[in-house]
Design a protein around this ligand. Structure first.
Ligand code: SF4
Length: 341
């Protein structure tokens, strides 16, 4: 299939096969074909969002060496970056959540490592929920959960979660792919909206692997999909494999937008960059506190960008930024895809 055929198919709103996504990923990132795909992805993102991109603010409740063994994560004990554990107080958590709300984040994310106490998580989350405006969306980025825990999260006032089946899950992580998928279903069944991403993309991932993951995210009722590259953890288990360029990441962001249906309005990337925004990324994260891609304890002193930083990147890329609660975590998102569950 030629690039003209692929673009015609996109403009006719037809779904792509995994093989066609693979074809798009096989064009060199700096080729005219890739640039045309990025332009088309940007057109789709603009149409689906009214050219209003989003910035969600994420902070972590704890920092702890984690035994789950995800080789790309700075918290993973196997990477020996952090040797001690720390937690922020409920007061500090409320302060951080309010800071994101005041700065205009479209959603506030609470992150924990996989083994953080669930009862403590719920207790602090209630405290945060009580201090935020009712319309501010609270989202969790936590480990796999049972149906009962997922319902408890919904009752605590979470609108949704971030959860991903990572590339080479079970090989580069100590977590079972089936358990990750089950958690996604469990969250959805509890009434939580689930955002996801094709991540963390590295140079060793084949176009087939990436295309299959895009197809997976496009066939479930996710709040958004997108694509993010792996950030090298110095001395980490995957450091030797290196990192893809922002341009290659932008290509994967664009192909993801092409590969998921319009019911999934959001297309994320991380870390925020103009190339990603130019290629159709409409969701960035601002971050404070601990961050699994950083070796600094407080990512705002390292890799983590602020709301203002993300806003500036969107502005440079010709995007406006949505005001108010996220469109992607609006009730009813992805309803049309629920029959696949
Ligand atoms: S990604 Fe999450 S589960 Fe995996 S090692 Fe890091 S904190 Fe643990």
């Amino acid at each position: 299939m030629t690039i003209d055929d692929l673009l015609r198919k996109s403009q006719n709103r037809e779904r792509f096969t995994t093989e066609e996504l693979e074809t798009m990923l096989a064009f060199p990132p700096d080729s005219p074909e890739s640039y045309r795909i990025m332009a088309e992805a940007r057109r789709i993102s603009k149409e689906l969002t009214g050219n209003l991109a989003e910035i969600h603010g994420q902070f972590s409740l704890n920092l702890s060496p984690c035994g789950a063994g995800c080789k790309f994560c700075s918290f993973a004990s196997v990477n020996k970056i952090f040797e001690t554990s720390s937690e922020i107080s409920p007061e500090e958590a409320v302060r951080k959540a309010l800071a994101f709300e005041n700065e205009g984040a479209n959603a506030v994310f609470l992150m924990t490592t996989a083994h953080y106490s669930f009862s403590k998580f719920i207790e602090i989350s209630k405290e945060i929920r009580n201090h935020l405006k009712p319309e501010t969306l609270l989202i969790a980025n936590v480990g796999d959960k049972t149906a009962e825990e997922a319902r408890k999260m919904k009752d605590t006032g979470f609108r949704g979660v971030y959860h991903a089946l990572r590339l080479r899950e079970g090989t580069d992580t100590g977590l079972e792919p089936e358990k990750r998928k089950k958690s996604i279903r469990t969250f959805l069944e509890a009434g939580l909206l689930v955002g996801t991403c094709v991540e963390p993309v590295g140079p060793e991932h084949t176009n087939k692997e990436i295309a299959e993951m895009i197809a997976f995210t496009g066939s479930h009722p996710f709040a958004y999909s997108g694509s993010a590259r792996r950030i090298t953890i110095p001395g980490g288990a995957l450091a030797q494999k290196g990192m893809i360029s922002e341009l290659r990441m932008a290509q994967t962001v664009a192909v993801t937008r092409m590969g998921v249906p319009g019911e999934i309005k959001g297309n994320c990337t991380h870390e925020p960059c103009t190339l990603g925004a130019m290629a159709g990324a409409s969701l960035f994260w601002a971050e404070t506190g601990a961050n699994p891609r950083d070796v600094k304890e407080h990512t705002e002193e390292g890799r983590g960008g602020s709301l203002a930083h993300c806003r500036k990147i969107y502005q440079e890329s010709g995007w406006e930024v949505r005001k108010g609660p996220s469109l992607y975590y609006a009730d009813g998102t992805g309803d049309g895809l629920k029959s696949v569950l």
